[in-house]
Design a protein around this ligand. Structure first.
Ligand SMILES: *[C@@H]1O[C@H](CO)[C@@H](O)[C@H](O)[C@H]1NC(C)=O
Length: 555
């Protein structure tokens, strides 16, 4: 869930360069642009000459959520435009907001003050409420064949704690597209990257607003892909969705949408480190939002109708302040159980068999001993500190459950019997298993082991560190959480993702056979030791206990 400032800036610069590069083919025909008729508009794509693909950027996939559509479900576009939409406009993104602890982490890694970091993040270019946009990246070869190409499609749902991030916040898919082109001579993949509403714009949950608007945005974007991707050369029957962190948990919500009684607009999914905030209290966030809006506007704001009457700048400021106040590891905004799209938590729905059963799944998590380290207060040193942390993180759980968690499930034993030897390490395993990792196992067991699963363990193996590997595009100076990237592992991972999206089976020639998860808990393990077959570290009694406790409603 960490934003990288440098990546955001670089991606923007690269996009401008690629668009500006002039190119004429030998026969004189101008191949630098391509157009697609979307019924409601004709959209122009520009060629990335070195990458050999067209970029159709900032395509609207729904009516923009402004005026009376603020805080409403996304609506299909009905008006038609006769003006060619040439995309452009930069990296248009939904309005961003950041918890203080993320601002502090970012400030430290950029060597600037937290105040300055907050300003930089707050003032990022391209933020707009008119953000229901997506990008389509199509290799020239595929585009030339048109709807006969029937290419596989990979859709990226970004992470960022449901409060920040965008369709371009992790860069462009040049690396993935290049690796897909090597897969075989029919080569290639179409890549789609989507925005969805963030913070109060997408995740407010109160009596007078539909919760989880951001999930409906994602769903609208996926429905758009079903309807239009063939016009770019894509096969709507071969769509794989992939997402990390908040993007990964979004995927688990789509798989369990309406308790599984729903035809999904994708065939396969790659949920990566799905992130859940157990400490989130969306009722409290709703109240805080109204209170902050009252302060901000100096008029009484007691409903979503009141919020609707504020200016974008006022809402943006309210949004930032409410997110900023989240506790360490939290974001304040996020998914709420709503009884419809999200009937219960996915962890529970997987246990109860209420999920869509017909998918191919490639599931990722990071090691239980490292993933959550940046999310855990570094000050935890004693058993009492840990208890306080657990109580804060599980604010709605009884002290009896917390006793059980800390006594029986994650006992205070530091002799190496368990995968921790310090209180901080114990907190990391708790936070990792509870917030990110165990759900990966719940999906595989719900699917009777008929899934593929991998652990991304390249040091330091912090949450979301794998994203830069997935989007590696040849810049060997890339650093991931302080450690230089390993290009070979990046290629191995990209090849695995691409192979799965194209063929359903992620085994890559030259790498160990990718066995199904099975009863044994088979995984592939990517690390500084290379890629090896291993057994899942989530095959442990703690993950079982958490799922039972969630089903019982004790957690
Ligand atoms: C264009 O392609 C090159 C080479 O694959 C890549 O390095 C660059 O980042 C791409 N730019 C965009 C905006 O896709």
């Amino acid at each position: 869930m960490k934003a990288s400032l440098s990546i955001v800036g670089l991606a923007a610069a690269a996009a401008r360069l690629a668009v500006a590069a002039p190119h004429r083919s030998i026969n004189g025909r101008d191949n630098t642009v391509a157009t697609v008729n979307l019924d409601y508009e004709v959209h122009q794509g520009n060629l990335n000459v070195t990458g050999g693909y067209y970029i159709f950027d900032n395509i609207p996939y729904a009516q923009q959520p402004v005026n009376e559509l603020r805080f409403a479900k996304p609506q299909p576009i009905t008006a038609t435009s006769s003006t060619l939409n040439v995309g452009g406009g930069g990296d248009l993104q939904c309005i961003q907001s950041y918890p203080q602890w993320i601002i502090d982490l970012q400030a430290r890694s950029n060597g600037i003050s937290s105040e300055l970091m907050a300003q930089v993040l707050y003032n990022q270019a391209g933020q707009t409420e008119e953000c229901l946009l997506l990008n389509v990246y199509v290799p020239q070869k595929i585009f030339a064949k048109g709807d006969r190409a029937k290419a596989s499609v990979l859709v990226w749902i970004h992470g960022g704690g449901f409060t920040f991030g965008s369709k371009t916040s992790v860069g462009n898919p040049a690396g993935i597209i290049a690796r897909a082109g090597l897969d075989d001579d029919k080569g290639g993949i179409i890549f789609v990257s989507i925005n969805y509403r963030l913070g109060l714009f997408g995740w407010l949950a109160g009596s007078d607003v539909t919760p989880n608007l951001g999930l409906y945005d994602q769903r609208a974007a996926l429905d758009w892909v079903q309807k239009y991707i063939s016009r770019f050369g894509g096969d709507p029957a071969r769509v794989t969705i992939m997402g990390e962190s908040a993007g990964g948990s979004s995927i688990t919500h789509h798989i369990t949408a309406y308790g599984g009684g729903d035809k999904l607009p994708f065939r396969a999914a790659i949920p990566q480190s799905p992130a859940f905030q157990f400490n989130i209290d969306t009722d409290a966030t709703y109240k805080k939002t109204l209170a902050q809006a009252t302060t901000e506007s100096q008029q009484s704001v007691s409903s979503v109708a009141g919020l609707k009457s504020l200016t974008t700048d006022q809402l943006k400021s309210v949004n930032q302040k409410v997110t900023q106040a989240a506790i360490y590891g939290g974001f304040n905004f996020g998914v709420s159980v709503d009884g419809t799209y999200v009937p219960e938590l996915p962890q529970v729905l997987f246990a109860k068999g209420k999920f869509n059963k017909g998918l191919d799944l490639l599931i990722a998590h990071m090691p239980i001993t490292s993933e959550a380290a940046p999310f855990v207060p570094p000050t935890i040193a004693t058993a009492a500190d840990l208890r306080t942390y657990a109580e804060q993180s599980l604010a709605t759980s009884s002290s009896a459950v917390i006793d059980e968690l800390l006594t029986d499930v994650y006992p205070d034993v530091m002799d190496g019997t368990y995968p921790w030897t310090t209180q901080f390490g114990r907190a990391v395993v708790i936070a990792t298993e509870l917030n990110f990792a165990c759900v990966a196992r719940y999906i595989s067991t719900a699917y009777n082991g008929h899934t593929h699963s991998y652990i991304f363990a390249y040091p330091p193996a912090y949450h979301a560190g794998d994203v830069k590997y997935e989007f590696y595009n040849g810049d060997a100076s890339t650093v991931v959480d302080g450690v230089p990237i390993n290009p070979q592992i990046a290629y191995n991972l990209q090849d695995t993702l691409v192979r799965f999206a194209r063929k359903g089976d992620p085994t890559v020639s030259g790498l160990p056979k990718f066995e199904r998860y099975g009863k044994e808990g088979n995984v592939l393990h990517f690390s500084d030791k290379g890629v090896v077959a291993a057994i899942d570290d989530l095959k442990n009694p703690r993950c079982d206990w958490i799922q039972k406790a969630l089903v019982d409603g004790r957690l």
